[in-house]
Write a protein that binds this ligand. Structure first.
Ligand code: CP
Length: 313
């Protein structure tokens, strides 16, 4: 998938184990760069990266901006609320307009599944899917994998529970593809209303009982209720949801004693996760996930622009 011209990163599905590991290894090299007092390089000098976000974002947009700037690229953040989209211009026309300005990479977040792929077929620059509806969020899965790998030294053989709103989660889908490809045992835990039928075909084991699902897990990955994608009511009440599916120390006791707690953010404390658990400095790696996000996005920009740079040499 990365190997097309121009190369894109549209999803984890279809990527090989080697392609994923290569990206993780590349990102790993940027972790120390980001911790150094001077973080900038000239790798992407003269290159242009455009952030085109049709949905809100704190982590993904900021880290792509930082990643591009630290690599020396010119980074433009399209302000959708102040763009011609407000005058009725479509997503495709917007992308083609930006494409005419010769960017090298377009980072796209959109509410519709398949939007990034559609745009990649219309433009002649690289496209990165920064989240398309409930379909995929590939850089989130990569940063989650990098966080886990740095903490445990491996992904193969780990038992990972992904808990919460599986039905609407692009984070869940990308993580399932990545973790299964790298040999992890993946469980999904959700109320029946938020567990898509046929999810087993992705190679995961579904649970509706959270304690049973968390049994002997190495990693507990919590998800937000994606209310913006819901039509109607999926849970009886927030209080009821937290009682059965909110991560607290009582439920966490079913997992391994050293199980890591993850959350892609944004978190809704007291809904899917108890505040104390989220802030547990011994178990929670939520801030580390954010840190790894910059390294992963530097690795992705590096990988996507590399063949062009080599071809031009
Ligand atoms: N995890 C994630 O995609 O966060 P943002 O919506 O803040 O980018």
């Amino acid at each position: 998938m990365i190997a097309r011209t121009p190369p894109h990163l549209l999803g984890i599905a279809g990527m090989t184990q080697a392609e994923i590991v290569d990206l993780l290894d590349l990102a790993e090299g940027y972790v120390d760069v980001n911790r150094a007092p001077v973080k900038t390089s000239d790798l992407l000098t003269g290159r242009t990266v455009i952030n085109l976000f049709f949905e809100s974002s704190t982590r993904t947009r900021t880290s792509f901006e930082l990643a591009g700037k630290r690599l020396g690229a010119d980074v433009i953040n399209m302000e959708v609320d102040w763009s011609a989209i407000k005058k009725g211009e479509t997503l495709i026309d917007t992308a083609m307009t930006l494409n005419a300005m010769h960017p090298d990479v377009l980072i796209v977040r959109a509410p519709d599944s398949g939007a990034a792929k559609l745009l990649s077929e219309k433009v002649n620059c690289s496209v990165v899917n920064a989240g398309d509806g409930s379909h995929e969020h590939p850089t989130q899965a990569l940063l989650d994998a990098l966080t886990i790998r740095r903490r445990t030294g491996r992904l193969a053989g780990l038992r990972v529970a992904i808990c919460g709103d599986i039905a609407h989660s692009r984070v869940a889908r990308s993580n399932i593809h990545l973790l299964r490809t790298l040999g992890a045992d993946v469980r999904v835990i959700a109320p029946p209303t938020l567990l898509p039928s046929g999810i087993e075909t992705l190679g995961v084991t579904p649970f509706v009982d959270m304690r049973a699902g968390l049994e002997a897990c190495d990693i507990v990955m919590m998800l937000r209720l994606q209310t913006e994608r819901m039509r109607g009511s999926y849970v009886p009440s927030i209080r009821e949801y937290f009682r059965f599916y909110g991560l607290d120390y009582a439920k966490l006791a079913s997992a391994k004693p050293d199980a890591l707690i993850m959350h892609p953010g944004p978190m809704n404390r007291g809904v899917e996760i108890d505040s104390e658990v989220a802030d547990d400095i011994d178990r929670s790696v939520i801030r580390e996930q954010v840190e790894m996000g910059v390294a992963v996005r530097m690795g992705v920009l590096d990988a996507l622009t590399r063949p062009v740079l080599e071809g031009a040499a």
